[in-house]
Design a binder for this molecule. Structure first.
Ligand code: XMP
Length: 319
């Protein structure tokens, strides 16, 4: 049992591949790719074990970063994964309509994800197993003795008629170990170094009700922020960075006219395991430059603030 301590990555890979082979035999396995490191490393491990008997499903819930669906789908195809892209943004926005409570929103996104995924999985002939990129902190946080902190949608069930067995090769690993395994499997450094991104995506960073218009505003602001972090050589020094669209508006002035528009919060934290996190002291000039670019270029935003709250008590995501 690898209880959070991998000493020997090649040995872990050999053992994982061999136990996947034993577990699934000649069956077909389905897997939901999210664009994140965990599901991608899981896919590479299962692919190594059973090749094209792994069918990957990549759902566009409309809550991904700007251009992410197209870029990542291409990347997956380039890695030789057997992957099907499914565009389903409309179903997610319809399911989240009118919902402002964060947990209800997570549940609605999670349920819709399961519905869309199940619809696709039913089309896969002879599928008997579901592979998931669950890692140790997902399990620890979802079932803490203090009750559910936040519901993680990759810990939970598909409809009973599908009756899949679970394949979760990473479930005793921490994120940094997953990255080590990914590197050993040939995942390129750009992909491997991607910041963690939650299953519900920008849905938990666009506070209160989700609409295509508000997600569009957030995507544009997030794109400016992440691009600037990369250009300044800061991205790889950070565990996770995010732009958040707040549910408040504030007064501003543009071209001599009063505006009453949205506020974007920027967050950047360092962490080892996501259980605790410290705020990063980003250079003030950098923050000023990003704020100016967002306010100038993103329609509907007239104010940018920087989140200086550590975890605990403040979770990394705002919802
Ligand atoms: P919090 O906000 O709880 O986040 O401090 C801890 C880490 O988990 C990520 N996160 C999620 N990942 N599904 C995921 O796969 C989720 O529902 C989810 N919620 C939070 C978060 O981005 C951070 O890295």
């Amino acid at each position: 049992m690898y209880n959070g301590q991998i000493i020997d990555v090649p040995q872990f890979i050999a053992d994982a591949v061999s136990s996947i082979k034993t577990q699934v035999g000649n069956d077909v396995v389905v897997l939901g790719l999210s664009g994140g490191v965990d599901s991608t490393v899981t896919a590479l491990l299962v692919d190594k074990a059973i090749g094209d008997r792994l069918v990957c499903i990549f759902v566009d819930h409309g809550l991904l970063r700007k251009n992410e669906f197209e870029d990542v789908l291409k990347h997956y195809e380039g890695m030789g994964l057997n992957v099907k892209g499914v565009r389903a943004a409309d179903r997610f926005f319809a399911a989240c309509k009118g919902i402002t409570d964060p947990e209800l929103k997570r549940k609605a996104i999670g349920k819709t994800f399961i519905d869309v995924f199940a619809d696709e999985a039913r089309k896969v002939k002879d599928a008997k197993w579901l592979a998931q990129g669950t890692i140790w902190p997902d399990i620890a946080e979802s079932f803490s003795d203090k009750g559910v902190i936040k519901s993680h949608h990759n810990v939970g069930g598909l409809p009973e008629d599908l009756n899949f067995g679970l394949v979760e090769p990473l479930k005793y690993l921490y994120k940094y170990e997953v990255r080590q395994v990914g590197a050993a499997l040939g995942l390129d450094s750009h992909f491997l170094g991607r910041h963690p991104f939650p299953g519900p995506g920008l849905g938990v960073r666009c506070l209160e009700e989700l609409t295509p218009e508000r997600i569009h505003i957030l995507q544009e602001a997030d794109d400016i922020y992440i691009r600037a972090l990369r250009e300044a050589g800061l991205y790889d020094k950070i565990w996770q960075a995010a732009a958040i669209l707040l549910p408040v508006r504030s007064t501003g002035i543009k071209d001599g006219r009063r505006t009453y528009e949205n506020v974007i919060a920027l967050r950047a934290v360092n962490s080892k395991d996501a259980v605790t996190a410290e705020v990063i002291n980003l250079p003030f000039e950098f923050l000023q430059k990003v704020a100016t670019e967002i306010i100038t270029k993103v329609d509907g935003v007239n104010r940018v603030v920087y989140d200086i709250s550590p975890k605990p008590p403040s979770t990394i995501e705002w919802e």
